[in-house]
Design a binder for this molecule. Structure first.
Ligand SMILES: [Zn+2]
Length: 222
C-alpha cells in the first residue's frame, strides 16, 4: 500500500493529512489538482500555478521557478514550520537529477548548510530535508560544510565585496575528506547563484574533483 513512498512521505501524510502544500486547504476528490504529478500535493487552483523551468540554467540543475504556488509552498516550509511540501520538492529535484544529469556519477550528496542560529530558530535546514527525501543511490554527508556567520549587511556591499563576504561564510567541517570526490550539492532557491558558487569554491579548494549544484527553484527573471 505504501509502494514507492519514502519514510518521509509516509510521516508527512500522518502529520499533515491531505492538504494543499500551497494554500493549506483540505484536499478531497472535488478540489484536488487533476494533473497526475500534482494531485497528491495541490488543490486545483494552486496546481494551475506551478511554474517549471523551461530552459537549463548555467550554474545549476533546477526543476521549478520560485513563483506562484511553488513560492507559497517554499515560504510555508521556510517560515511557517510546515514541512508538508518536502516530499514534493524532493520528488521534483530527484526527477530533474535523473533526467538532466542522467549518466553522471557522484560520490557524495550534500547540501548548503544553515547557520546555527537559523537551525535553532527553524528547527531544520530545509535544503537538507529536501536532499534527504530523494531516493538516489549516493552516499550522503549533510554536515560536510558549515556556515559561520549571518551575512546581514550584504546590501551595503558592491558585487565583488558581496561575493567575498558570502565565500568567507562557508567552511569545511573538520575531519572531512573530499579529495578526488564528485559532489552533488543541494540548495533550495537560486537567486544570483553566489551561495552555490561559494560552497563549490570551498569544496574545490578542499580537493573535490567536481561540484554539481542542484536547486529546487530559481527566482524568476526580472
Ligand atoms: Zn491550494
Amino acid at each position: 500500500m505504501f509502494k514507492n513512498e519514502s519514510a518521509a512521505e509516509r510521516l508527512v501524510k500522518l502529520v499533515f493529512p491531505e492538504k494543499c502544500i500551497s494554500c493549506g486547504c483540505a484536499l478531497d476528490s472535488e478540489n484536488r489538482s487533476e494533473e497526475p504529478l500534482l494531485a497528491q500535493y495541490f488543490c486545483e487552483k494552486c496546481g494551475s500555478d506551478v511554474p517549471r523551468m523551461t530552459k537549463r540554467h548555467k550554474k545549476a540543475t533546477i526543476p521549478l521557478v520560485y513563483d506562484g504556488s511553488v513560492k507559497r509552498a517554499m515560504l510555508n516550509l521556510k517560515f511557517s514550520s510546515d514541512i508538508s511540501s518536502v516530499p514534493f520538492f524532493s520528488r521534483e529535484l530527484e526527477r530533474e537529477i535523473r533526467t538532466t544529469l542522467y549518466g553522471e556519477h557522484f560520490d557524495i550528496l550534500t547540501c548548503v548548510p544553515a547557520t546555527k542560529r537559523s537551525l535553532a530558530e527553524r528547527g531544520y535546514n530545509q535544503s537538507r530535508l529536501i536532499a534527504e527525501g530523494m531516493k538516489l543511490d549516493i552516499e550522503t554527508d549533510f554536515t560536510l560544510l558549515r556556515k559561520n556567520k549571518v551575512t546581514q549587511t550584504q546590501h551595503l556591499l558592491d558585487a565583488e565585496q558581496r561575493q567575498k563576504n558570502i565565500a568567507s561564510a562557508y567552511e569545511m567541517n573538520a575531519g572531512r575528506n573530499v579529495s578526488g570526490k564528485r559532489i552533488l550539492l543541494v540548495d533550495d532557491i537560486l537567486t544570483t547563484g553566489s551561495t552555490c558558487d561559494a560552497c563549490a569554491l570551498v569544496l574545490r579548494l578542499a580537493g573535490a574533483k567536481s561540484v554539481t549544484a542542484v536547486c529546487v527553484a530559481k527566482a524568476p527573471d526580472k
